[in-house]
Write a protein that binds this ligand. Structure first.
Ligand SMILES: [Zn+2]
Length: 334
């Protein structure tokens, strides 16, 4: 039996849905294979930096009008499951050899990714005709989803590596990861959805973090202030005392450490040793800008009195406003 017998039915159904997708009206200059935006090389290298083998089985140019008629400037990833138990090489070999208007850029299994379509050409996989899924999406099929198990889970891990690589190259983040379901309502990637979409996004994010090493935002010895209340850790390596650092506390940057690809910063009290070396990974909540000190009581009272004087000289109905401001003053005087 042909390995792809049952999958071909799925492909045929998808192709029927897309019969109105134009392919024959393509201009010859549309076959240009140079990248539009240089986000990616149109053909990925043999081994990605995060160690994933990429085999190329690119569709022949004679089939571009069927499989990838348009030049594409990709804006997103579209994730699929094959609903089949074939390895990636078979999925791509079958896709590039048939004459159905069904195509995708990659199939990924537990050992490798196989590329079938250039990354600067569209493919027909999202079921949305000439919508953003088909015309702007990089279609990635995750293999072995029919039966699941370790072969599928390892295929997902490899897909997360491929996706993280693409996000890194394009300077995208996980917001650019979409699923087939977002475009046509089809329950795809079916097994990835069954197991949890957020779980899969987390896999991709963890792979991306390995490629985007965190940056040390401040120099050692810098004075910084926290823009929100922060819960600090006594140490990043074990459960330790937590402490609240109230908003706008003056701290000195003591040192950095990385744990699980996340950068932590140790802060010390610049004026004494009442607390010494506490840690946070919320570097984005620290700033070198000295926050404006809160207004003193007298300043607030004179500011409110000034407002009353302004209102008294205006023509609007002001009794309630003035009464309210006077109450604020008497509260402050208590
Ligand atoms: Zn799909």
């Amino acid at each position: 039996m042909d390995l792809n017998d049952d999958y071909s039915d799925v492909l045929q159904q998808d192709a029927e849905k897309g019969v109105d997708q134009p392919g024959a009206d393509v201009q010859s200059e549309d076959y240009i294979t140079t990248s539009l935006t240089q986000k990616f090389d149109p053909i990925l290298k043999d081994t990605l930096d995060n160690v994933l083998k990429i085999t190329k089985k690119l569709v022949d140019q004679s089939k571009y009008n069927i499989k990838c008629p348009y030049v594409m400037d990709p804006t997103r990833i579209v994730v699929h499951n094959t609903a089949n138990d074939a390895p990636a090489i078979n999925e791509i070999n079958y896709m590039v050899s048939n004459n159905l208007e069904v195509s995708f850029h990659f199939a990924v299994d537990d050992t490798q990714a196989v590329q079938g379509i250039l990354l600067n050409r569209n493919a027909w996989h999202a079921g949305d005709g000439n919508g953003n899924g088909n015309r702007q999406g990089i279609g990635i099929e995750i293999c072995y989803s029919k039966s699941g198990g370790d072969k599928f889970l390892n295929s997902e891990k490899n897909a997360a590596k491929l996706i993280a690589y693409l996000l890194h190259e394009a300077e995208w983040d996980i917001k650019q990861i979409t699923k087939h379901q977002d475009y046509s309502g089809k329950y795809c990637p079916h097994r990835t959805l069954d197991l949890g979409w957020q779980r899969f996004l987390n896999l991709c994010e963890a792979e991306l973090a390995k490629l985007n090493p965190p940056k040390e935002k401040f120099a050692i010895g810098d004075i910084v202030y926290n823009t929100v209340d922060l819960i600090l850790e006594g140490t990043i390596y074990e459960n330790a005392t937590k402490a609240l650092l109230p908003k706008n506390t003056k701290c000195k940057v003591y040192k950095y450490a990385t744990k699980d690809s996340v950068l932590w910063i140790a802060l010390i009290d610049p004026d004494g040793a009442s607390w010494n070396a506490v840690w946070t990974k919320q570097l984005d909540k620290l700033t070198v800008d000295n926050p404006a000190p809160p207004l003193e009581k007298d300043e607030m009272i004179s500011s409110l009195e000034k407002r009353i004087a302004e209102l008294e000289s205006s023509v609007i109905d002001k009794d309630n406003l003035i009464a309210d401001l006077k109450k604020q003053i008497s509260d402050l005087k208590k």
